[in-house]
Design a protein around this ligand. Structure first.
Ligand code: J2J
Length: 538
């Protein structure tokens, strides 16, 4: 058993097996099955390159053998930072096959985050593109490798001589692959976080495949699905709700978009007759605007999902009519619970709610500050337990005590209310997090980076409303250096090497922070201060 991982208690595992949620199937077996059932169907399209299910399966197998030759073993951790490419899937399924555990970092993560993922998990390998979006990942990997002594292999997708190359690792030589079972760990997803550094979310084949199977059923995916992946495939939404894994499970075709802009995505929709895609709310706004002036034929679209952050009713109302398709709202989290509006729901539900839990075995409760259930229709804190919601983060004992209740419910940190018929409406959040158009920023993480600046005495980050992104971040700073500027702090954070979306959009220099009656920084008051400033345009 991997140290730091809390396995499912026997009682729950038995329950979810006997009620049919967990079938024992593994990701490796799913791909093998699809390669047998639909060998010549196209699984993935990237630019002019197309890969069938049989080819994907074959290449994943060869790569799995290559990883074993290299000395990577079952349960070894591998930080995977690939973009929306076919190689992502080859590496991913190769790791699933031989039981090593990918950590799904995002293309935007930089050396501070990657070093932490590698150190925290004692990763043995790190897989990167060579260059993407003008960022030199090889240079970054060199720096990370210099800091992390467990890291033995840097593996590069692309033309690169300094480190190992994915293509060169494909091996014809057969070796015995370890046995993988449904209850084995499959990978780690990342939490949006609220305290300190991002938490790692351990997922087993059993639980994640259940959520995919249910999502495929609700979203009605089939071999005729043509899914455009515009958001990063490594994110839980694009990966599993029903996402790219859902498409592979259903035998459909994934079209990989290197970026989400209409200029890239619309021609792909027209050319490949895309019928399903997933967006975050700000992207939905950009697409709706772009649709008015771009002449592409997008009539193949049947469903556009919007999730990751609250979709305003105003935007929700426009999606269907703009694209001649159905909108599906998705309210999910990498920790588990996913809510969908159903495809045959009334417009009222689709526009005004964030859907209802996907599984009849999801147990949700909405509670007050004292963890007491409240009346249906009242607003409160959402807690959840179920067959695909984690029961603990990896290696985070102290945090787990706060994040889960004594009876195993996950405290989502979301403030919601529920309609009589079980639909959820997201009203806010009680976690110290900023949701910047779907990208999550843990306030404390960025505050700590700022505190490492010699001139920063104290820092507090809060959200400020934004018409386009929903929220942006504002850092309140206490410093004795009157010369210190926001620009200087931005450069400091950039040099430190953190994902660009975490860098505060605005800095406010103050002499003190407002306090709660208990003497803590009152983020509520800080939010009010910045809102007022924005309203009066100071
Ligand atoms: C309001 N807030 C939302 C929504 C997520 C599917 C879809 C999204 C995610 C995701 C995911 C929201 N309205 N429609 O993993 O499988 C906020 C909530 C939630 C947090 C989770 C999936 N959809 N949110 O966004 O782990 O605050 O997952 O708790 O990144 O995003 O963020 P994340």
């Amino acid at each position: 058993m991997l140290q730091g991982y809390t396995p499912w208690p026997d009682e729950l595992a038995t329950k979810y097996r006997s009620n049919g949620c967990w079938t024992g199937e593994t990701f490796g077996e799913v791909l093998e099955r699809m390669a047998t059932l639909t060998p010549t169907s196209i699984a993935l399209i990237e630019g002019n390159r197309k890969v069938t299910y049989e080819e994907l399966n074959d290449r994943a197998n060869r790569l799995a053998h290559g990883f074993i030759h290299l000395g990577i073993k079952k349960q070894d951790r591998v930080v995977l930072q690939l973009t929306n490419t076919i190689t992502f899937f080859e590496v991913c399924f190769a790791l699933f096959r031989m039981g090593a555990l990918p950590i799904f970092s995002l293309p935007l993560h930089r050396q501070t985050e990657i070093t932490y993922f590698c150190e925290h998990t004692k990763a043995v390998a790190y897989v990167i593109p060579d260059v993407f979006d003008r960022h030199d990942y090889v240079k970054m990997a060199r720096e990370v490798k210099g800091k992390v002594n467990t890291l033995q292999h840097i593996i590069v997708a692309g033309d690169e001589q300094e480190f190992l190359n994915v293509e060169a690792l494909m091996s014809e030589e057969s070796v015995n692959l370890p046995n993988i079972s449904g209850s084995d760990l499959a990978f780690f997803q990342l939490s949006g976080g609220s305290t300190g550094l991002p938490k790692l979310i351990p997922r087993t084949h059993d639980e994640y495949l259940y959520s995919i199977r249910k999502s495929v059923e609700i979203c009605e995916l089939s071999e005729r699905t043509k899914y455009l992946a515009v958001l990063p495939v490594a994110h839980n939404f694009t990966m599993s709700s029903p996402g790219v894994f859902g498409v592979l499970y259903a035998g459909g075709c994934i079209i990989l978009s290197p970026d989400p802009s209409p200029d890239t995505a619309f021609p792909l929709i027209e050319k490949e007759k895309v019928n399903f895609t997933s967006l975050v709310p700000p992207l939905a706004i950009i697409w709706i605007e772009a649709k008015k002036s771009r002449g592409y034929d997008l009539t193949s679209l049947e469903v556009i999902q919007v999730g990751g952050a609250k979709c305003s009713a105003e935007v929700a109302k426009k999606v269907g009519p703009s694209f001649g398709c159905s909108l599906q709202q998705v309210f999910g989290m990498a920790e588990g619970l996913v809510n969908y509006t159903r495809l045959d729901d009334t417009d009222e539900k689709i526009v005004y709610t964030q859907g209802r839990p996907m599984s009849e075995f999801d147990e949700i409760r909405i509670v007050d500050e004292e963890d007491q259930s409240i009346a249906v229709g009242d607003t409160g804190h959402l807690q959840v337990r179920g067959p695909y919601t984690i029961i603990a983060y990896y290696n985070a004992e102290t945090h787990n005590e706060k994040a889960f209740t004594h009876d195993g419910f996950y405290r989502t940190g979301d403030i919601v209310k529920q309609t009589e018929d079980g639909y959820l409406i997201v009203e806010g959040r009680d976690k110290d997090q900023i949701n910047r158009g779907g990208e999550k920023i843990a306030a404390e993480e960025v505050e700590n980076y700022l505190l490492s600046h010699e001139d920063v005495l104290d820092a507090a980050i809060v959200s400020m409303p934004d018409a386009f992104l929903g929220e942006r971040s504002c850092a309140f700073i206490i410093s004795q250096n009157e010369q210190l500027t926001g620009q200087a702090l931005k450069s400091f954070l950039q040099l430190k090497g953190i994902a660009a979306f975490k860098i505060p959009d605005r800095f406010e220099f103050v002499h003190e922070f407002p306090q709660t009656p208990l003497g803590k920084v009152s983020k509520k008051s800080l939010r009010e201060i910045i809102q007022e400033k924005l309203a009066t345009k100071i």
